[in-house]
Design a protein around this ligand. Structure first.
Ligand SMILES: Nc1ncnc2c1ncn2[C@@H]1O[C@H](COP(=O)(O)OP(=O)(O)OP(=O)(O)O)[C@@H](O)[C@H]1O
Length: 268
């Protein structure tokens, strides 16, 4: 199915849509979080998702990755409709996507090397020696060193945990990566270095990225497009430069408030 999608996208010259959300309704009891929300992410795009606190960014991420069932609408990932997913399709999505949760979500009892190797152990039948070689490669790709291989998560700094989490998210060579506030909790220098790493990896590996962030610097530094969640839906998806000209009150405040202006200056 995926190959068919790829072929048709290639033959029509249209970019391939990796995430397609249509008419999403998300509720907790009577409380409506998303209503009639539409969102696309096309192959190769680094998409930042922003919105006020409680706007529903995490609920949207959880719905797209299958941790929350939507109350209405359709959610397609890599061409597969989540509502009618077979086990084979679910496994295909799992193999072709990587997720970096906010705190890294590393297994605390495993070393960095074992954490990064774990998706390969779960999803491949490769010999152990090959699995560990591949894991070492991913660890090097995110800028960690061989002396970090045997450290446990509790022995890592916040930035190193994020890097280890990213290495694990990349273990299976995914096409699509989900990042939940990748720079949260990092100091400005660590955050800028992590931004550079994400952009570099996205370019070098041809990754498509869905990233929740509060970090304006990240938006300016690495996002091709930004989707803004407000009023229970995506009110805009555009480049940061286009969003700076938006009339939407939340977008105006976000991009043209004091913090927005600071990020604009840094990016210039
Ligand atoms: N399991 C749940 N049960 C009930 N309400 C929930 C649940 N999860 C989230 N919510 C509510 O859904 C709304 C959106 O939450 P969400 O975590 O997606 O916001 P967010 O945009 O990610 O916010 P923040 O930027 O503060 O992390 C919030 O009002 C939250 O209280």
């Amino acid at each position: 199915m995926t190959d068919v999608t790829k072929t048709s996208a290639a033959s029509t010259g249209k970019p391939e849509t990796l995430i397609e959300v249509r008419g999403l309704l998300s509720q907790f009891g009577e409380r409506v979080i998303h209503e009639n929300l539409d969102l696309d992410l096309v192959r190769g795009e680094v998409l930042g998702v922003v919105g006020g606190s409680g706007a529903g960014k995490t609920v949207l991420l959880n719905t797209i990755i299958g941790l929350k069932e939507p109350e209405g609408g359709t959610v397609k990932v890599l061409g597969y409709d989540r509502a009618t997913l077979t086990d084979v399709q679910a496994a295909d999505i799992e193999r072709r996507t990587g997720i970096l949760f906010q705190q890294g979500a590393l297994f605390s009892s495993l070393s960095v090397l074992e954490n990064v190797a774990s998706p390969l152990v779960e999803h491949t039948k490769l010999p152990k020696s090959v699995i560990y070689e591949l894991a070492e490669l991913k660890i090097a790709m995110v800028g960690l060193k061989p002396e970090h291989h045997h450290l446990k998560p509790a022995e890592l700094s916040g930035g190193m945990k994020k890097r280890a989490g990213l290495a694990r998210a990349l273990a299976l060579d995914p096409e699509l990566v989900f990042l939940d506030e990748p720079t949260a909790g990092l100091d400005p220098i660590g955050a800028a270095a992590f931004d550079d790493l994400i952009r570099q990896l996205a370019n070098d590996l041809g990754l498509s990225v869905f990233m929740i962030t509060h970090d304006l610097d990240t938006l300016y530094a690495i996002c091709d497009k930004v989707a803004v969640l407000a009023d229970k839906k995506v009110v805009a998806k555009a480049t940061v430069q286009e969003l700076e000209r938006s009339d939407h009150p939340w977008i105006k405040e976000y991009f043209l408030g004091p913090r927005g202006r600071a990020a604009t200056k840094t990016a210039a």
